[in-house]
Ligand binder design. Sequence first.
Ligand code: ADP
Length: 434
Amino acid sequence: MERKIVLSLFYMGIITAILGIVITTISYYGFFRREVEENLVHECRLVAECYDKLSSADELEKFSGENFRITLIGRDGDVLYESNADHLTMTNHLDRPEIKSAAKTGTGSDTRLSDTLGTEDHYYAVRLDDNSILRVSIQTDSIIALFERSLLIIILIIIGIIIVSLITSVKLTEKLIAPLKKIPEILEKSLPVTDADMYPEVIPLVEEIRNARNAQSEMRQEFTANVSHELKTPLTSISGYAELIESGMAQGADSIKFASKIKKESARMLALISDILKLSELDSIDDTPLNDKVNLKSVAEDCSERLSQQAKIHGIRITVSGKDTIITGSRTEISELVYNLVDNAIKYNRENGNIEIKTEDKKLTVTDTGIGIPRESIPRIFERFYRIDKSRSRAKGSTGLGLASVRHIAEHHGAKIDIESTVGVGTSITVLFK
Ligand code: ADP
């Protein structure tokens, strides 16, 4: 970015300066030329006024100075007098624009570049009373010669401008981005940002980054605390039961009961760890391309098949209805999402309840006839480790991470989740894909 700003300022400086030089030269040349032409007209009129008093054309010589050249042209175009050359060798002048115009209207003017382009001739002509034409001309440098003559100075000025532009653009850029360079330090050391040392337009952005960082670190801390707590609970039970067995306090049937409790708590820990691993995997693959063509109905049928055994234990019936509907995304993630929804619909259902999975128009709905979710808990059930009834859900082997991954996958696919639930009647969760 720094390089880009330096270059832009540098080019801007150079272009402005060069344009300045060109415009000044052209307008200076314009003034100069107008001045020359005004002098020429003045001189020509003067000579014309005095012409009557001259006894012969040769006397015109008195008027031609170093600069002015005087020509007298007869009615037929022949040159009668020429101050700078022998008039007898000169060709007929009637075809010259200024002569033509003077013969017709009384006055005429023209400017012509000389053959070498280095000079130009300005002409002004008036028709005299005897119908002959008096022409005065002056030679000046052409604009090209003017440029050529000042080339060295122009080159020196341009070199000067390049150096000055380069230095100022580097200095200006340094000054411009100095506040931005302070941002990492401000964020790192949690320094306050004020108008005095930061662009006001950037302050909200810095604050936003700071807030996002804080939220992230808070979330990480909370997550670590939650994980530790969740792992500590079953481990405490396991270690307690083991101690009882070790000390010989639990014997025979009791020790078998405790061993089975140890097994159950270990299973819980394993489930928890596997959920945490899944979540962290989801966190890290957020940028994987989502390009599988996935039929939601086949995914629903597949999940219903995988969970049929578990449902059967509680006499729950799962039906899949609706139309085939194809979305673009990750097949594994979508299977995981549907699996988690149906798994919850079984866990939080009543004995002999029903589950309906319906698919149509990039939409999947899982409806159960379970315990329902209290209205105030609905916004929280997607949080990691959140369970409505901790002891009850723990007994069902739940971790509070299932819906967290549902939300994660939905966000990854840009899908919307909608929940309708009535306590004691059932819950209906819809995922609407893009
Ligand atoms: P868990 O592993 O505990 O099921 P989830 O994140 O999937 O974790 O769900 C969070 C909480 O939301 C659950 O503990 C449960 O209290 C509630 N819940 C989720 N799905 C349902 C449902 N279909 N019916 C009733 N309550 C539900």
